[in-house]
Design a protein around this ligand. Structure first.
Ligand code: AMP
Ligand code: GLY
Length: 425
């Protein structure tokens, strides 16, 4: 089979590394890819959002399966467009992608279908939102409705911080249209976990649980990022909790969508908070998590292409169980100076060859590019360094040993990945 992966991050590198191991994969393309992906796939210079050119490429090359990494092409309707030409593509359609593209859509669906989530109110008027914030007090959470590249959620410690977030979103339009509506919601306290499943809307296959590290600095300090590291499995998600998450959050959402006339096909990612009051869904993503995927796929022994193909053929019931490496995996993200705000680019990366020799360690590239045989930084999150070990601690140590051999000017990373493994009680 010829397979195209759309995207250019660490998630896409991990996907391609895994796809390359499938007996079904004869040729892999990536659009646009990065310097690491270049070693395993033919990278083509088409942006992930350029659906017209992607379509043209897939038809010309007779690609058999397209796998979409990021949310933006999904929310722009790449799946619907490909379906018009009967092209096989793994991901949800434009209506289903609203689950991530509109937090208002997701919250309203959750209320309607009794998916537990934080209490909230929706506003399109800044003054009313601010009055509400004064009433409920801090801490509280302000969320832009639309896609904001992972920056649209402000967990405000004070009333004035929350009001400033409302002003920025609704009045100053820092996220453009995405901030036309905002959600103000109760601040939940607990342990976060990411649950990622694959579904064809009838059957659901869950991948191993994981935990992201969203804040930029150690011990959850500083602003939210796209994710500074992850490990899998999450020790907070016991077998019992996993079942409860699937029943109360995942199945209710997929069934709810079906009742709304939307068949969900592809990856569904539920961000969960395990609180003293029980489980709550924080958010949904309509794609593989990043960096979670970098910590999950090195543990997956089953053929990922078979699973994705089964889901896009509505035959997920043919996949009975998934086979996992029981060893945990940890992923440490190395980021550019300045990230998650404005960051530097174009810094040469040293030490990458070391990773080729190491056992149970893998370096996935995110924002990198190759020039004249050398590799340079080209994004905020630059590399995801993963290690497999007998415990999460050992997995993280292996990753950190490798991180110690890699360098670029301004590189920063969290030093506490895998340390927050005590179940919440
Ligand atoms: P989201 O994009 O909705 O996942 O939000 C990004 C991050 O903000 C989450 O992973 C949480 O760490 C945090 N967050 C979102 N909603 C809440 C909430 N209601 N209470 C506490 N933290 C939250
Ligand atoms: N790591 C969180 C996300 O993929 O959105």
């Amino acid at each position: 089979m010829k397979i195209l992966v759309v995207g250019s991050g660490g998630r896409e590198h991990a996907l391609i590394w895994k796809i390359a191991q499938s007996k079904l994969a004869d040729k892999i393309f990536c659009a646009p890819g990065n310097a690491g992906i270049l070693q395993q796939a033919e990278c083509i210079d088409i942006k992930a959002e350029d659906i017209g050119r992607l379509l043209e490429f897939v038809r010309k090359e007779r690609v058999d399966l397209t796998v979409v990494g990021p949310e933006s092409p999904l929310s722009l309707g790449i799946v619907d467009e490909f379906a018009n030409y009967k092209l096989k593509i793994f991901g949800p359609n434009i209506k289903a992608a609203q689950l991530e593209a509109s937090k208002v859509f997701a919250k309203e669906l959750m209320v309607k279908y009794k998916v537990p989530t934080a209490d909230f109110k929706i506003f399109d008027d800044a003054d009313e939102a601010k009055k509400h914030i004064e009433k409920i007090g801090a801490p509280c959470v302000v969320k832009a409705d639309g896609l904001a590249q992972g920056k649209g959620v402000i967990v405000a410690k004070t009333v004035s911080e929350a009001k400033a977030a409302v002003s920025a979103m609704i009045q100053e339009k820092v996220f453009g249209e995405a901030g036309n509506k905002v959600i103000v919601e109760e601040c939940l306290i607990g342990q976060e976990a990411s649950i990622i499943v694959i579904t064809d809307s009838r059957d659901v296959i869950a991948l191993a649980s994981s935990q992201d590290h969203k804040r930029v600095f150690d011990y959850d300090q500083g602003p939210n990022t796209g994710g500074m590291g992850a490990y899998s499995p999450s020790l907070a998600v016991t077998e019992e909790l996993f079942k409860e998450i699937l029943e109360k959050i995942v199945y209710r959402t997929i069934d709810g969508l079906k009742r709304e006339g939307i068949d969900y096909q592809g990856v569904l990612y539920a961000g969960i908070m395990i609180t003293k009051q029980g489980l709550k869904a924080l958010e949904f993503n309509v794609r593989f998590g990043d960096p979670e995927t970098q910590a999950i796929l090195p543990r997956l022994k089953s053929d990922l292409v078979e699973i994705m193909l089964a889901a896009s053929n509505q035959k997920l019931n043919h996949i009975k169980t998934l086979d996992w490496d029981s060893r945990p995996c940890a992923c440490v993200v190395c980021a550019s100076r300045g990230y998650p705000a404005g960051y530097e680019k174009g810094k040469e990366i040293f030490g990458l060859d070391e990773a080729l020799k190491a056992k149970d360690v893998r370096v996935f590239h995110a924002g990198t590019k190759k020039q004249g045989g050398r590799i340079f930084t080209d994004g905020g999150r630059v590399l995801g360094v993963t290690g497999l070990g007998n415990t999460i601690k050992e997995a993280a140590e292996k990753a950190y040993q490798m991180v110690g051999k890699i360098s670029f000017e301004g590189m920063h990373y969290r030093r506490d990945i895998g340390k927050k493994v005590v179940p919440y009680s």
